[in-house]
Write a protein that binds this ligand. Sequence first.
Ligand code: UTP
Length: 278
Amino acid sequence: MATIEKCLFPAAGYGTRFLPVTKSMPKEMLPLVDKPLIQYGVEEAMAAGIHGMAIVTGRGKRALEDHFDINYELEHQIAGTGKEELLAEIRNIIETCTFSYTRQVEMKGLGHAILTGETLIGEHPFAVILADDYCVAEGDGVLTQMVKLYERYQCSIVAIEEVPREETFKYGVIDGDMEEDRIWRVKSMVEKPDPADAPSNLAIIGRYILTPDIFELIRTTPPGKNGEMQITDAIMRQAEQGRVIGYQFKGRRFDCGSVKGFMEATNYNYENFYPNKD
Ligand code: UTP
């Protein structure tokens, strides 16, 4: 049985909603208090048993690579002080994971970003995390829940959640049949539908497990809205063959690609994970 060994992080987008800070800094390096979004994503993947991190970057994103590397000068500077502990988590990540990078030269959409990652993934099923969707869960993390489901279904899995009807225009939305609690067999999907046209209010969020045939499907799917290569259009073709599960995950998602969601996540983490608030 194929296991999930790699997680792809499309991180090449411009992050225009956070300008000016994203002018020279990747959105994925924005911190929730003191840890960047991308690190939360990597930790979620590690918790799911994945140790191969494949990151699709773009211009101005070098800070991502530096973050997952040792900074000898800094380590030397804080050696023997209480501050060493602050780097323990990231050091553990660097020691136990491998990181590979490729660049998306033109930002032609999420589908195109995932296709750019093919060279890092190869012919294996893989996970995808959009680090700007920050997820918290009691017990198993969201990706762990999905990996368990993959072991059972061996097909593509998209994380879904109910959103208010009037917000369907922000998401890919599924149409499907409920197989059991939280598990939907996806029949069809629509990218960013008007609320009146949306087939449901079940929106796809930034966690996927994809089978490798997705690359060929992306390559052969004509560009969608705004000339972008949408991942929804390619997954839709797997759905037509009954090969996509929609999973209503247990947990909470913050849309950290928006200023409001980012502030909510920051407050949530500060309240819940920082007992000594000094
Ligand atoms: P978004 O549309 O939310 O990100 O893409 P964005 O374009 O960076 O943000 P705004 O709208 O301008 O503020 C979702 C995810 O897909 C990645 C982004 O980095 C983000 O993680 N992405 C998107 C790419 O890697 N390449 C693309 O061409 C588009």
